[in-house]
Write a protein that binds this ligand. Structure first.
Ligand code: NAD
Ligand code: AKB
Length: 314
């Protein structure tokens, strides 16, 4: 049977790229992009949807006879700390709406991304294992820990095939990030190609796990295509690509743009970054569904600069 996929939050940093990849894989008309705000340049069906409106979500699932939902709408770590109750409300209520409509309408699969933000100061600071103490420092992280457990609950209690990845910071040239702590690693490339100095909001020596967008999209599609009986993790899979700090990404860019200058002025996001691990053990993903990242820091830098130079015509 042909799948019909509803993407919730399709206009975000990941949604914009993932929606195109899903349309490529499943056919343009079989992927319905939705977001709170109008999106330009849609090649396929698009609907305005506030994921907090459960009735509107149910109507769209029925209208398009959706068989899968990719739920990408969320308030990220930095924005969430400015208004914790709002972030909790958006992240949890939208997830419940997605899980409930998927159960009621017997959807075949649901995708819900989690994050390295589930980890806190009590987790191992490097090569953090799949099964770790999860005491996050941010409301975003708390919502992801709770979300992972609800995903697992719907799978065990109702047999709903919910799948999830703990994305590291995602870096891509196609879209801008939406209020996270890892956003600097996208912004810095935009400054570099425009020959502007960049002021980084994290210290130069702050290592974080990161992943290039093509790897993130490939991981997502690979997980969603994997046979259900190969998946041993029903909360969310650890996923790793590379680790670097702001000093190292600057050095990588300077190999291509020698005059690029970066200064450091840490703000409230430093404490969030300090509470996250530097690297992640993703051996369960590698074993269960064959995960392997392709891009390292320098390969990503070359590809980012190539595409951004085209975008800025420089
Ligand atoms: P984003 O902030 O760039 O995009 C979120 C999208 O959701 C936006 O287009 C926004 O308009 C939409 N949205 C917000 N509230 C909504 C609502 N009530 N109803 C409908 N749409 C709404 O986020 P992203 O970076 O694309 O992240 C997508 C998912 O991946 C999130 O769950 C996020 O937690 C997770 N994630 C992202 C990263 C990353 O580095 N980008 C890392 C880890 C996990
Ligand atoms: C953020 O920084 O909040 C996100 C994430 C790692 O979840 N990029």
């Amino acid at each position: 049977m042909q799948d019909k996929i509803l993407v919730v939050g399709a206009g975000g940093q990941i949604g914009a790229v993932l929606t195109d990849a899903l349309r490529e894989a499943h056919g343009t008309d079989n992927v319905i992009a939705t977001d709170l705000r109008p999106l330009e340049n849609q090649s396929g069906p698009f609907e305005i949807l506030d994921a907090l409106d459960g009735n509107a979500l149910t109507e769209l699932v029925k209208k398009y006879r959706a068989t899968q939902i990719y739920h990408l709408a969320a308030i990220l770590s930095a924005t969430g700390e400015k208004n914790p109750m709002w972030a909790w409300d958006v992240n949890m209520r939208s997830l419940f709406n997605v899980l409930e409509v998927s159960r009621e309408q017997q959807l075949s699969k649901v995708y819900f991304p989690s994050s390295i933000a589930v980890f806190g100061l009590q987790a191992a600071p490097a090569m953090t294992p799949q099964y770790s103490v999860l005491i996050p420092e941010t409301v975003y992280g708390i919502s992801k820990v709770a979300g992972e457990n609800w995903a697992n609950y719907y799978y065990r209690r109702y047999g709903l095939d919910v799948r999830s990845l703990r994305y590291p910071g995602i870096i891509g040239y196609q879209s801008m990030p939406g209020g996270g702590t890892t956003d600097y690693a996208v912004d810095i490339y935009h400054y570099a190609v425009q020959d502007k100095p960049y002021e980084c909001f994290l210290r130069a020596d702050t290592p974080l796990p990161m992943l290039y967008m093509p790897d993130a999209i490939r991981a997502t599609l690979q997980l969603m295509e994997a046979p259900a009986n190969s998946l041993s993790v029903r909360t969310s899979y650890n996923l790793a690509g590379m680790t670097f700090n702001p000093g190292e990404i600057t050095a990588s860019i300077q190999k291509e743009v020698p005059d690029f200058k970066v200064t450091y002025k840490p703000d409230f996001r430093q404490a969030i970054a300090d509470s996250w691990p530097a690297s992640i053990d993703d051996s369960a993903a590698r074993k269960d569904w064959g995960w392997k990242p392709e891009f390292d820091l320098d390969a990503m830098t070359r590809d980012m600069l190539l595409h951004l130079r085209e975008q800025y015509s420089v």
